[in-house]
Design a protein around this ligand. Sequence first.
Ligand code: ATP
Length: 235
Amino acid sequence: ATGNPVLTVENLEAWYGESHILHGINFNVKSGEVVTLLGRNGAGKTTTLKSIMGIIGKRTGSIKFEGNEIIKTSSDKIAKQGIAFCPEERGIFSSLDVRENLMLPPTIRPGGLSLDQIFELFPNLKERLNSQGTKLSGGEQQMLAIGRILRTGARFLMLDEPTEGLAPVIIQQIGHTIARLKSEGFTILLVEQNFRFAATVADRYYIVEHGKIIDGFANSELSANMDKLHTYLGV
Ligand code: ATP
């Protein structure tokens, strides 16, 4: 069951230097949902996640998280409010081993997962505990990147293309993990190019195009929206 909006984004605009990238993004994510942002390359999905995390130079509009306005809040304070971001490039430190990578982010809120809880979720990581970041497969790196943000205690997770470049069997595993996290009450905002994967985990979708949200629908409305997906994403 899903509840009230935990995240409400209104008229979000964002810039990289002089480049105006987001032109008024509007959407929300309710407690316990998995919401997926879909859209072509360069549409502004990653920029939307970065704006919510506060790691983009200039942003205007409104981002309310659990009722608090965070559009002017610094990224460290946003993290402390319980938002975590797992970037597309994963950010694994190649010279550190699995344990060291996991220990990097501080636990910023109560409720962060212990290493044992993370290994229960990702048994592969336990076997690779002393392996350096460079020795990990793409799938292991992605699991490490997700495991790492779970240590922080954040309950709102933003995952940027977690399936990119991964083999089907690993993608399936990531899907099970997302379903498991949802069942444990996490709220997840996902960016995906892989629509077939998104369809296995998402409750709702928004389509991003040229820095705007141009449409949104629930998973139950998927079949009625297939032509749109075809038009906008080539699905
Ligand atoms: P992708 O899947 O390619 O990441 P996306 O929908 O996530 O697509 P964004 O990464 O948000 O798209 O990029 C939106 C636009 O912003 C693109 O035109 C991109 O070229 C531009 N952009 C992204 N990062 C920067 C940056 N650091 N400086 C300037 N422009 C950028």
